[in-house]
Design a binder for this molecule. Structure first.
Ligand code: 5GP
Length: 197
Protein backbone atom coordinates (compact mmCIF):
# COMPACT_ATOMS: atom_id res chain seq x y z
CA UNK A 1 0.00 0.00 0.00
CA UNK A 2 1.24 3.50 -0.82
CA UNK A 3 2.52 5.53 2.14
CA UNK A 4 3.66 9.09 1.56
CA UNK A 5 5.24 9.63 4.96
CA UNK A 6 8.23 7.39 5.62
CA UNK A 7 9.29 7.88 9.20
CA UNK A 8 12.66 6.71 10.50
CA UNK A 9 13.29 6.52 14.21
CA UNK A 10 16.13 5.04 16.20
CA UNK A 11 18.27 5.64 19.21
CA UNK A 12 21.04 8.03 18.16
CA UNK A 13 24.00 6.05 16.88
CA UNK A 14 21.93 3.20 15.42
CA UNK A 15 22.59 4.25 11.83
CA UNK A 16 19.33 6.03 11.07
CA UNK A 17 20.94 9.02 9.38
CA UNK A 18 22.90 6.72 7.07
CA UNK A 19 19.71 4.86 6.15
CA UNK A 20 17.87 8.15 5.51
CA UNK A 21 20.69 9.49 3.31
CA UNK A 22 20.85 6.24 1.34
CA UNK A 23 17.11 6.25 0.68
CA UNK A 24 17.15 9.88 -0.40
CA UNK A 25 20.05 9.21 -2.77
CA UNK A 26 18.37 6.10 -4.22
CA UNK A 27 14.83 7.38 -4.77
CA UNK A 28 14.51 10.81 -6.41
CA UNK A 29 10.83 10.82 -5.48
CA UNK A 30 11.75 11.09 -1.80
CA UNK A 31 12.34 14.37 -0.09
CA UNK A 32 13.66 14.98 3.43
CA UNK A 33 11.51 16.68 6.03
CA UNK A 34 13.91 19.30 7.38
CA UNK A 35 12.93 19.74 11.01
CA UNK A 36 13.18 22.88 13.07
CA UNK A 37 15.40 22.76 16.15
CA UNK A 38 16.80 24.99 18.86
CA UNK A 39 19.94 22.90 19.33
CA UNK A 40 23.26 24.45 18.29
CA UNK A 41 24.52 23.66 14.81
CA UNK A 42 27.15 20.89 14.62
CA UNK A 43 30.24 21.28 12.46
CA UNK A 44 29.35 20.55 8.85
CA UNK A 45 25.63 21.12 9.29
CA UNK A 46 23.84 23.53 6.99
CA UNK A 47 20.93 25.71 8.08
CA UNK A 48 17.86 24.85 6.01
CA UNK A 49 19.31 21.54 4.86
CA UNK A 50 19.99 19.50 8.01
CA UNK A 51 17.67 21.54 10.21
CA UNK A 52 16.08 24.92 10.30
CA UNK A 53 17.95 26.33 13.31
CA UNK A 54 15.75 28.59 15.43
CA UNK A 55 16.04 30.47 18.70
CA UNK A 56 13.83 29.21 21.53
CA UNK A 57 11.62 32.31 21.17
CA UNK A 58 11.19 31.72 17.46
CA UNK A 59 10.43 28.05 18.04
CA UNK A 60 7.78 28.93 20.62
CA UNK A 61 6.25 31.37 18.18
CA UNK A 62 6.05 28.57 15.60
CA UNK A 63 4.25 26.40 18.17
CA UNK A 64 1.73 29.17 18.83
CA UNK A 65 1.05 29.76 15.14
CA UNK A 66 0.52 26.01 14.64
CA UNK A 67 3.42 25.77 12.17
CA UNK A 68 4.53 22.43 13.61
CA UNK A 69 2.78 19.11 13.05
CA UNK A 70 4.51 17.72 16.12
CA UNK A 71 7.36 18.73 18.39
CA UNK A 72 9.30 17.32 21.32
CA UNK A 73 11.85 18.60 23.79
CA UNK A 74 14.86 16.29 23.57
CA UNK A 75 18.11 16.72 25.49
CA UNK A 76 16.94 20.19 26.53
CA UNK A 77 16.31 21.36 22.97
CA UNK A 78 13.16 21.60 20.90
CA UNK A 79 12.77 19.61 17.68
CA UNK A 80 9.69 19.78 15.47
CA UNK A 81 8.25 18.92 12.07
CA UNK A 82 7.39 21.95 9.95
CA UNK A 83 3.90 21.71 8.50
CA UNK A 84 4.78 23.78 5.41
CA UNK A 85 7.69 21.49 4.54
CA UNK A 86 5.46 18.40 4.48
CA UNK A 87 2.51 20.05 2.75
CA UNK A 88 4.66 21.43 -0.06
CA UNK A 89 6.36 18.09 -0.69
CA UNK A 90 3.08 16.17 -0.77
CA UNK A 91 1.57 18.79 -3.08
CA UNK A 92 4.52 18.23 -5.46
CA UNK A 93 3.67 14.50 -5.48
CA UNK A 94 6.73 13.55 -3.47
CA UNK A 95 7.17 11.09 -0.63
CA UNK A 96 8.64 12.47 2.57
CA UNK A 97 11.34 10.90 4.76
CA UNK A 98 11.42 11.90 8.43
CA UNK A 99 14.20 11.51 10.96
CA UNK A 100 12.39 12.01 14.25
CA UNK A 101 12.38 10.51 17.74
CA UNK A 102 9.92 7.74 18.62
CA UNK A 103 7.38 10.12 20.12
CA UNK A 104 7.47 12.27 17.01
CA UNK A 105 7.01 9.15 14.89
CA UNK A 106 3.93 8.13 16.84
CA UNK A 107 2.53 11.68 16.60
CA UNK A 108 2.96 11.64 12.81
CA UNK A 109 1.17 8.31 12.64
CA UNK A 110 -1.69 9.71 14.71
CA UNK A 111 -1.89 12.77 12.46
CA UNK A 112 -1.81 10.78 9.18
CA UNK A 113 -2.82 7.21 10.10
CA UNK A 114 -3.38 5.91 6.57
CA UNK A 115 -0.35 7.46 4.94
CA UNK A 116 2.47 6.77 7.40
CA UNK A 117 5.07 4.01 7.46
CA UNK A 118 7.03 3.77 10.71
CA UNK A 119 10.52 2.25 10.40
CA UNK A 120 12.67 1.66 13.47
CA UNK A 121 16.43 1.23 13.08
CA UNK A 122 17.75 -0.77 16.03
CA UNK A 123 21.37 -1.37 17.00
CA UNK A 124 22.30 -5.06 17.42
CA UNK A 125 22.78 -4.37 21.14
CA UNK A 126 23.34 -1.49 23.53
CA UNK A 127 27.11 -2.00 23.69
CA UNK A 128 27.42 -1.51 19.94
CA UNK A 129 25.36 1.62 20.24
CA UNK A 130 27.63 3.04 22.93
CA UNK A 131 30.74 2.25 20.89
CA UNK A 132 29.27 3.95 17.82
CA UNK A 133 28.25 7.02 19.80
CA UNK A 134 31.71 7.32 21.35
CA UNK A 135 33.46 7.01 18.01
CA UNK A 136 31.34 9.89 16.69
CA UNK A 137 32.99 12.19 19.25
CA UNK A 138 30.29 14.85 18.91
CA UNK A 139 29.01 14.61 22.50
CA UNK A 140 30.42 15.24 25.95
CA UNK A 141 30.38 12.43 28.56
CA UNK A 142 27.25 13.95 30.08
CA UNK A 143 25.47 14.20 26.75
CA UNK A 144 26.50 10.65 25.97
CA UNK A 145 24.94 9.38 29.19
CA UNK A 146 21.72 11.23 28.35
CA UNK A 147 21.63 9.76 24.86
CA UNK A 148 22.17 6.24 26.17
CA UNK A 149 19.40 6.60 28.74
CA UNK A 150 17.10 7.88 26.05
CA UNK A 151 18.13 5.04 23.75
CA UNK A 152 16.77 2.55 26.30
CA UNK A 153 13.44 4.36 26.28
CA UNK A 154 13.36 4.45 22.47
CA UNK A 155 14.18 0.73 22.23
CA UNK A 156 11.13 0.08 24.42
CA UNK A 157 8.92 1.50 21.65
CA UNK A 158 10.24 -0.63 18.79
CA UNK A 159 7.16 -2.83 18.75
CA UNK A 160 4.99 0.19 17.95
CA UNK A 161 6.68 0.39 14.54
CA UNK A 162 5.59 -1.21 11.26
CA UNK A 163 9.13 -2.34 10.45
CA UNK A 164 12.19 -2.93 12.65
CA UNK A 165 15.56 -2.99 10.90
CA UNK A 166 18.25 -4.42 13.16
CA UNK A 167 21.42 -2.81 11.88
CA UNK A 168 24.00 -5.62 12.14
CA UNK A 169 25.36 -5.26 8.67
CA UNK A 170 24.95 -1.85 7.08
CA UNK A 171 24.77 -3.06 3.46
CA UNK A 172 21.99 -5.49 4.36
CA UNK A 173 20.12 -2.89 6.35
CA UNK A 174 20.25 -0.48 3.42
CA UNK A 175 18.99 -3.20 1.06
CA UNK A 176 16.06 -4.02 3.33
CA UNK A 177 15.16 -0.37 3.77
CA UNK A 178 15.30 0.08 0.01
CA UNK A 179 13.02 -2.91 -0.62
CA UNK A 180 10.46 -1.59 1.84
CA UNK A 181 10.47 1.89 0.36
CA UNK A 182 10.08 0.40 -3.11
CA UNK A 183 6.91 -1.33 -1.89
CA UNK A 184 5.29 1.73 -0.34
CA UNK A 185 6.11 4.03 -3.26
CA UNK A 186 4.57 1.64 -5.79
CA UNK A 187 2.11 3.40 -8.04
CA UNK A 188 4.05 6.63 -7.77
CA UNK A 189 4.37 8.57 -11.01
CA UNK A 190 7.53 8.12 -13.09
CA UNK A 191 10.18 9.33 -10.68
CA UNK A 192 12.34 11.38 -13.01
CA UNK A 193 9.42 13.24 -14.61
CA UNK A 194 8.87 15.12 -11.35
CA UNK A 195 12.18 16.82 -11.84
CA UNK A 196 11.70 17.62 -15.49
CA UNK A 197 14.48 15.33 -16.71
P1 5GP B 1 20.18 15.22 16.78
O1 5GP B 1 20.41 16.30 17.79
O2 5GP B 1 21.10 14.05 16.98
O3 5GP B 1 20.20 15.75 15.36
O4 5GP B 1 18.71 14.68 17.00
C1 5GP B 1 18.28 14.24 18.26
C2 5GP B 1 16.96 13.53 18.12
O5 5GP B 1 15.94 14.42 17.68
C3 5GP B 1 16.99 12.39 17.09
O6 5GP B 1 16.35 11.25 17.66
C4 5GP B 1 16.16 12.93 15.95
O7 5GP B 1 15.53 11.90 15.23
C5 5GP B 1 15.15 13.77 16.72
N1 5GP B 1 14.46 14.73 15.87
C6 5GP B 1 14.97 15.45 14.86
N2 5GP B 1 14.01 16.21 14.31
C7 5GP B 1 12.86 15.96 14.97
C8 5GP B 1 11.51 16.43 14.84
O8 5GP B 1 11.16 17.23 13.99
N3 5GP B 1 10.61 15.93 15.72
C9 5GP B 1 10.94 15.03 16.68
N4 5GP B 1 9.98 14.59 17.47
N5 5GP B 1 12.20 14.56 16.82
C10 5GP B 1 13.15 15.02 15.98
Amino acid sequence: MTKHLIVLSAPSGAGKTTVAKHLLATFPILTFSVSATTRPMRPGEVNGKDYVFLSRDEFRRRIETDDLIEYEEIFGNYYGTLRSMVQESIARGQFVVFDVDVKGALSLQRAFPDDTLLMFVAPPDMQTLETRLRSRKTESEEQLAMRLARAEMEMGHRDDFDVVLVNRDLAQTLDRAEAIVRQVTVGAPEQSSLFGS
